[in-house]
Design a protein around this ligand. Structure first.
Ligand code: BGC
Length: 728
């Protein structure tokens, strides 16, 4: 029988169906256009602000109120909802579309509910590990495209809370511990989303740096600390990324809820940074009508408990002035015009899973951090290696993803549930390794019994052990120690085979008590839908790893600023119910480390990390020379001193004058330099004055203290072969 693809009947049917679809799409688009009202605000040559003013002048009070709150969440809002986390009703008579809000931190969520498909990207923490601004932009663009394909027009993503708490369950959907790296990367992600014409978002503003007690915790921090840490990341995200929305967070900041915190919303975000879009509350994060509206909240999500009738009454009675309501509406409508969703609404298309998978793989290949490689254990030589033991839960079939609202639905639906078990995506390390080494005997043990795993390891030339650390929104890890006694598994395998390679799939840092016993280790994070294929290419040298850690890995919990997650002991015991016994008391989150977030803590406290911020190995080596430093730029030369082509992420740190009272050093710039063997490049990096400055609470402004600035340059925060002092 002829089984050629082209003649299969289903292919013919598919082709006909596609033709039909193609024919229908323009008709639908035309119909939408012909219905569109032609008020002067539809004139695309006007500025978004002008268009917003024109259309607001036509609105009734009820129409205005309908825009400042959600119309129900998670598909509950009736036939107009597209199944996303929420929706803001449009005003059809004025041509304003419904805003369909979809969670999409690491790919579009809530796709499978309607039988759709979305690409699972590597976590955003992995994206941050690429330090590659172009990849961050591609990351955003992919999500933007798939949102529009599924007729969403707004993303709820762009998480950039700093990793103050390495056990935070949401670290995987943020961008690490450094405000400048995190801010710059997320700004590009936001740009990528905007290019695709969706309303982009950054969240959770601000200091939602842990899940424990997120709905009651009161974060206490001074203004200087705030502005130089998490808020600096948001400042870069907002000013460089220009998102249409900022989502305020659940927690309190200095005793006011973040969503009714006038300092955060009015003073800093809107006045100082000039944010022109709208602030929407995290889901259920609104706590009042008048107070919140006057403090700068523009939109309540997902419902109308406060910003419905109650806000309407407050406006009618003058407690909230009409100009403020108009400002709220202006900000929302302006974002609609500015994003392009009014003039060019998403038409809906079939998601291209192959294109998505390719992007996911490229990002994963650039995001995996080679942590240890004793005796150049890696890359493996496919033609030389005779037998490989692949060990660890799920390593035969799949890779881990992060949970909560950043959970991408598995293809075709499946066990994706908020607070449910971890979801493993079909990308098989075992298969991918077999494909790279077809002549080798590659066998699998799930590692449930360390002795069985060890005997397979003993019988094999090389053992590759996969360890994992599931994390999710809604809770933090009790410890950096890997769960399920995986440390014992690694130790047993390492004792049985001196060529043991550990692959980590984690949401953030993990402790590795066995690191001295294994010969290689590689951190692949939550690596996305092509995670296994990307890993296998690195293991066998098709890709030379280049990623660097965007977070510090501590040796143990005891070395962290807080040996336990703040407040974790106040959590009610499991099964305590919802009564008084089951309630967590109000509590303060005292981030006593202040400015010393991440590596700044380890530097200031003279603690040796397990792996330093900015660290990561390559299969080649690099040498640095020729530093020339000034307050506004640095230049230096990087040379590839090994035998393979590779890329080095060269980092510039600066130590401020002692009188500034800052942690020893901070990252101020970096560049990813690709080099052939023997090749060298001279890099010149411009420095932004703000990044060398401190925030002065008295003047409420940034300043460059006088004195000596120490510049250091190298391949990690703890390996900086070049340094120079500059007097200012
Ligand atoms: C999360 C947000 C999310 C929202 C909607 C909240 O619980 O904190 O990040 O966008 O739910 O799903």
């Amino acid at each position: 029988m002829n089984r050629s693809l082209t003649s299969a009947p289903w292919v013919v049917a598919l082709a006909l169906a596609s033709l039909l679809l193609l024919a229908l799409v323009p008709v639908r688009a035309q119909r939408q256009q012909s219905q569109a009202p032609r008020g002067p605000w539809m004139d695309q040559s006007l500025l978004p602000d002008q268009r917003a003013d024109l259309v607001i002048a036509q609105m009734t009070l009820d129409e205005k109120i309908s825009l400042v709150h959600g119309a129900g969440g998670f598909g509950e809002s009736g036939p107009r909802s597209n199944g996303g986390a929420g929706m803001i009703s449009g005003v059809p008579r004025l041509g304003l579309p419904d805003v369909q809000l979809a969670d999409s931190a690491v790919g579009v969520r809530a796709a499978a509910e309607r039988g759709r498909y979305a690409t699972l990207l590597p976590s955003t923490l992995a994206e941050a590990a690429t330090w590659d601004l172009n990849l961050a932009r591609e990351y955003g663009a992919l999500i933007g495209r798939e949102l529009r394909d599924q007729q969403y027009n707004a993303t709820l993503g762009g998480g950039v809370d700093l990793m103050r708490e390495p056990r935070n369950g949401r670290n995987f959907e943020y961008h690490g511990e450094d405000p400048i790296l995190a801010g710059k990367m997320v700004a590009q992600l936001i740009q990528g989303l905007r290019e695709q014409k969706v309303i982009a978002d950054t969240k959770h503003y601000a200091f939602n740096d842990q899940e424990t007690g997120r709905n009651i915790g009161n974060v206490k921090l001074g203004r200087r600390v705030m502005r130089e840490t998490d808020l600096l990341a948001f400042e870069i995200a907002v000013t460089e990324g220009q998102p249409g929305m900022v989502m305020c967070s659940y927690n309190k900041v200095n005793s006011d809820w973040a969503c009714e915190n006038s300092y955060l919303l009015n003073d800093v975000l809107k006045k100082t940074w000039g944010f022109k879009g709208f602030v929407l509350s995290d889901w259920g994060g609104t706590h009042s009508a008048a107070k919140a509206a006057l403090a700068g909240l523009d939109n309540e999500e997902p419902g109308s408990r406060f910003f419905g009738d109650e806000l309407k009454k407050a406006v009618e009675s003058g407690v909230v002035p009409m100009v403020r309501l108009n400002d709220m509406v202006h900000r929302i409508v302006r974002s609609e015009f500015a994003s392009g969703i009014v003039d060019d609404p998403p038409k809906g298309r079939v998601v291209d899973p192959f294109r998505g998978a390719e992007t996911a793989q490229t990002i994963a290949e650039n995001a995996s951090v080679l942590l240890k490689n004793a005796n150049n254990q890696l890359p493996l030589r496919a033609t030389a290696v005779k037998s490989i033991a692949v060990i660890g839960a799920h390593a035969d079939t799949s890779v881990l993803s992060g949970g909560g609202s950043a959970q991408v639905d598995p293809p075709g639906g499946g066990p994706s549930q908020f607070g449910g078990p971890p979801v493993w995506f079909p990308s098989s390390p075992l298969k991918a390794i077999r494909a790279q080494a077809p002549a080798a005997k590659v066998e699998f043990s799930d590692g449930a019994d360390p002795a069985t795993a060890a005997s397979l390891a003993k019988a094999s030339e090389v053992a590759i052990v996969f360890v994992n650390q599931p994390t999710s929104e809604g809770g933090d890890l009790p410890t950096l120690t890997l769960p399920d006694r995986q440390d014992q598994l690694v130790t047993a395998v390492a004792a049985a085979n001196p060529r043991t390679i550990v692959v980590l799939e984690t949401g953030g840092p993990a402790a590795m008590p066995w690191i001295g016993q294994v010969s290689a280790a590689i951190e692949i994070w939550y690596p996305g839908i092509r995670g296994a294929e990307a890993l296998a290419r690195i293991l066998f040298g098709g890709v030379n790893p280049s990623a660097k850690l965007p977070v510090t890995f501590a040796k143990s919990d005891a070395d962290l600023p807080h040996p336990k997650v703040p407040g974790i002991d106040l959590l009610p015991p499991p099964g305590a119910g919802r009564g008084v016994r089951g309630r967590m008391p109000d509590f303060n989150i005292d981030y006593t480390e202040g400015l010393k977030v991440g590596y700044k803590w380890f530097d200031a406290e003279n603690k040796e990390p397990l792996f330093a911020f900015g660290y990561g190995l390559s299969y080649t080596t690099f040498a640095y020379s020729g530093l020339r430093a000034a307050m506004d730029s640095v230049s230096f030369t990087v040379r590839n001193t090994g035998r393979r082509a590779g890329a080095e992420i060269a980092q510039v740190y600066v130590g401020l004058p002692p009188a500034a009272n800052e942690p020893p050093k901070r990252l101020v710039a970096w560049e990813k330099v690709s080099l052939d063997p023997g090749q060298s490049k001279t890099v010149t990096l411009r420095l932004e004055p703000k990044f060398l400055s401190i925030f002065n609470e008295q003047t409420d402004d940034w300043e460059l203290p006088a004195g000596a600035y120490t510049f250091s340059v190298g391949g990690s925060s703890r390996q900086t072969p070049l340094s120079a002092a500059v007097n200012h």
